[in-house]
Design a protein around this ligand. Structure first.
Ligand SMILES: Nc1nc2c(ncn2[C@@H]2O[C@H](COP(=O)(O)OP(=O)(O)O)[C@@H](O)[C@H]2O)c(=O)[nH]1
Ligand SMILES: [Mg+2]
Length: 328
């Protein structure tokens, strides 16, 4: 048996959360075409042959503009510092845009992230190049890989396409071989260490990211006011916090049309994950500057991370964790 933690690291939008969901076979992590969708570290436990792989999905590292952004970066870096293996994900964007002719194929953000790696410990790094489905000619990958190897030493390099399920087994195989021998760290039916209430917030936020207009998604946080559940039903009421009146109006929509669709989408996602009938009550409240007020960030679950242990339990207060379906 092998067991270990693998931290997904990489700039925003390269496909880290989509990768985690595909590998787990459960859309646990929220995804959107917008950058900075993932705000905190999410554990997802996968099995590959005789290895148990505990993936940690992290927020994409970025230049923070708020206390929230600073905490997101810290959470990602802390997860990387204490991991057995790092999966550094990038994508083929540089090869498919008009910038192709330029000398540097490795994006600036990738280079500065790679520069951080030695400071994060000595865990082996697997380079995963995602979105190869967007390439017309796969030979373009060869000079890209050569260039990446100038910036860091990789235990292996695997080009993949998550959306076409191309190369995923090779990534898992490469990772499994790097993990230490030892007993599994989690029960066989564990999917994540996050409780249901965490997914209430995240799945509502995901709908906002995908349904609301431009500046609204990043102004939003969600808190859970109440949960009431039994074997068949899961009832929750939650508050969506925005920063300004105009954002509130967009989220509610004319005649409540937008908030209604947010509820429908989130309810479906929760129902699929929990395997129960879900009832959701949503409220929208203006909480100005929540992104910068430490006390409010703590209340919203974005705690300042001191170690991976605290990153993993930021939302866990007495609610049962989410397990693989059918084995609860
Ligand atoms: N074309 C293509 N798009 C992908 C692939 N994997 C992910 N994406 C898209 O990339 C966007 C960002 O994905 P996400 O997982 O949220 O990125 P993260 O910020 O790194 O977690 C989403 O719109 C995904 O659908 C892929 O293999 N090919
Ligand atoms: Mg993500």
């Amino acid at each position: 048996m092998r067991f270990g933690t693998v931290t997904l690291i990489g700039r925003s939008n390269v496909g880290k959360s989509t990768f985690l969901n595909t590998v787990l076979g459960e859309p646990l992590a929220i995804t959107s075409p917008l950058p900075q969708t993932t705000r905190d570290v999410l554990l997802g436990v996968a099995q590959h042959d005789d290895a148990q792989i505990a993936f940690l999905d992290t927020p994409g590292l970025h230049q923070p503009k708020s206390e929230l952004g600073r905490r997101m970066n810290l959470a990602a870096l802390e997860a990387a510092r204490t991991t057995d293996c790092m999966l550094f994900m990038t994508d083929t964007r540089r090869l498919t845009t008009k910038e192709t002719g330029i000398a540097e194929r490795v994006a600036d953000e990738d280079r500065s992230l790679l520069g951080l790696l030695p400071k994060l410990g000595r865990a082996p790094v697997v380079l995963v190049i995602n979105k190869i489905d967007l390439l017309r000619d796969k030979r373009q990958l060869i000079p890209l890989i050569d260039e990446f190897q100038k910036y860091a030493e990789f235990a292996s390099v695997v080009p993949i396409s998550v959306t076409q399920s191309d190369g995923l087994e090779r990534v898992l195989g490469a990772i499994a071989g790097l993990l230490p021998e030892g007993p599994p760290g989690y029960d066989a039916d564990t999917l994540t260490d996050r409780p249901a209430r965490y997914f209430v917030c995240e799945f509502i936020r995901e709908q906002v990211l995908n349904l609301a207009a431009r500046e609204v998604p990043h102004a939003v946080a969600v808190s859970v006011d109440e949960i009431d559940e039994n074997e068949h039903d899961f009832r929750a009421s939650a508050t969506i916090h925005v920063q300004k009146q105009g954002q509130r109006a967009i989220l509610v929509g004319s005649g409540g049309s937008v908030i209604k669709n947010i509820g429908i989408g989130a309810r479906k996602r929760l129902g699929d994950l929990l395997g129960k009938r879900v009832h959701l009550r949503l409220f929208v409240r203006i909480t100005p500057r929540w992104k910068d007020v430490p006390r409010q960030l703590n209340e919203l679950g974005y705690e300042a991370v001191a170690s991976r242990e605290t990153a993993g339990i930021a939302h866990g207060h007495g609610w049962s964790n989410v397990h693989k379906r059918g084995r609860q």
